[in-house]
Design a protein around this ligand. Structure first.
Ligand code: PHE
Length: 345
C-alpha cells in the first residue's frame, strides 16, 4: 500500500512538472484526486480491506500524500497563472540593475596596429598601397632586383625554395618590380606583407613582415629619400627621435643607406655607454634604403636618363618590438592572450 502510494505520488509529480496549461492541470487533479476514478481516491477506498492494525498508519500516510499533492497542484496553478499574466503584460520584466554579461572585447594584434600606423604615415604623404604574391618566382625575388645567381642572399640557409625557380619571397622588394612592370612613373607606392627566411631565434622569425616603399619620377634625389624617411620616423617614434643615414649596400639600390634612430630605450649616445638593445652604440638600425639601381630600371624598361627613384624596406616586427620594449619576436606569434591583452583595444 505504502509502496503503491509512493509510486503514484512520483508519477503525479512528473506529470505536474511537464504540465503547461490549466486544463491539463485540471485533468491531473481529476486523475489522482477525482471522487470517482481518482487513483488516490481509489487507494483511500482500499483502506477498508486492510487489517485493522495497519489501517491507522496507512490512513495517516494517505492523508499526508493527498495534502502534499493538493499543495503541488495549487502551487503549479499559481505559477501557470503568473506566467500567463506576465506574458499578457508584454513579456518577462527586465531588471536593468542586474549585472550584465560583459562581452570580451577583441584587440587589434600589435603587428596589425603598427602596420596600420606605418601605412597611415605614408598614405598621408600620398603613397598608394600595392601587394604581391607570397610565393614568388626567382625572376622577381632575385634576378630583376640585380641579385645574380651566385649572390649569398640565395643561399639555402636564407631562402625557402618551393620549387626549382619559385621561393617564398625573402623580402617585399619584388613588389617594386611587379608594379613597375605594370605602370609608368610618377609612382609613390608602399607594399606591406609577409616575408620568409630560414631563421629562427629571439630576434628572427621564419615568417615576418615588411613594408616596402618606393618613389619614382623625374628628378627624384637622395634628398627626397632623406626627407620622406625622416618624416616617417619622427611620426612613428614621436618625440624628436634622432635619425642617421649610414652608407650600406643592397644589390638593387645605388647608393644605399641603412637608417638608424637614436636608441629609444636608453636614449644614450655612443659616449655614454648605451644599453643591451643598441649594444652600447646608442643607435638602432631601422631600415634599408637607397636610390633605385639603374640595372633594376633596365629590367622593367624604364629610361634611366629620364627617371630616378628611391626605395626602402623595413621590418614591422623590429619596429613594434622597439615601440613596445619587447625582447622576443616569438611573442607575436604565440597568441598568448596575456600578451595580447596588454595592448589597448
Ligand atoms: N629588401 C631589403 C631587405 O629585405 C630592404 C631594402 C628595400 C633595402 C629597399 C633597400 C631598398 O633587407
Amino acid at each position: 500500500m505504502i509502496e503503491a502510494l509512493e509510486k503514484l505520488h512520483e508519477e503525479a509529480a512528473r506529470r505536474l512538472e511537464r504540465c503547461a496549461s490549466e486544463p491539463e492541470l485540471e485533468q491531473i487533479r481529476i486523475d489522482y484526486l477525482g471522487r470517482k476514478g481518482g487513483k488516490l481516491t481509489a487507494l483511500m477506498r482500499g483502506l477498508r480491506e486492510l487489517p485493522a492494525d495497519e489501517r491507522p498508519r496507512a490512513g495517516q500516510e494517505l492523508n499526508r500524500r493527498r495534502a502534499e499533492l493538493e499543495d503541488l497542484l495549487d502551487a503549479r496553478l499559481k505559477g501557470l497563472r503568473e506566467n500567463a499574466a506576465t506574458l499578457a503584460d508584454g513579456g518577462p520584466r527586465l531588471d536593468v540593475t542586474l549585472p550584465g554579461n560583459r562581452p570580451e572585447r577583441g584587440r587589434v594584434h600589435p603587428l596589425t596596429r603598427v602596420t596600420d600606423e606605418i601605412i597611415d604615415v605614408f598614405t598621408g604623404m600620398g603613397f598608394e598601397i600595392a601587394r604581391g604574391p607570397d610565393v614568388e618566382d626567382d625572376y622577381h625575388n632575385f634576378e630583376a632586383l640585380n641579385i645574380p645567381r651566385d649572390h649569398p642572399a640565395r643561399d639555402m640557409q636564407d631562402t625557402f625554395f618551393v620549387s626549382e625557380d619559385h621561393v617564398l619571397r625573402t623580402h617585399t622588394s619584388p613588389v617594386q618590380i611587379r608594379v613597375m612592370e605594370q605602370r609608368r612613373p610618377p609612382l609613390q607606392i608602399i607594399a606591406p606583407g609577409a616575408v620568409y627566411r630560414h631563421d629562427d631565434d629571439a630576434t628572427h622569425s621564419p615568417v615576418f613582415h615588411q613594408v616596402e616603399g618606393f618613389m619614382v619620377d623625374h628628378g627624384i634625389t637622395f634628398g627626397d629619400l632623406k626627407g620622406v624617411l625622416t618624416h616617417f620616423l619622427e611620426q612613428i617614434f614621436q618625440d624628436e627621435v634622432r635619425v642617421r643615414f649610414r652608407p650600406s649596400f643592397f644589390p638593387f639600390t645605388e647608393p644605399s643607406a641603412e637608417v638608424d634612430i637614436g636608441c629609444i630605450l636608453c636614449r644614450a649616445d655612443e659616449d655614454s655607454g648605451g644599453c643591451r638593445v643598441c649594444r652600447g652604440s646608442g643607435w638602432l638600425e631601422i631600415l634599408g634604403s637607397g636610390m633605385i639601381d639603374p640595372n633594376v630600371f633596365d629590367f622593367v624598361g624604364y629610361d634611366t636618363e629620364t627617371f630616378s627613384g628611391f626605395a626602402f624596406g623595413m621590418g614591422v616586427e623590429r619596429i613594434a618590438m622597439l615601440k613596445y620594449g619587447m625582447d622576443d619576436i616569438r611573442m607575436f606569434f604565440q597568441n598568448d592572450v596575456r600578451f595580447l591583452r596588454q595592448f589597448p583595444p
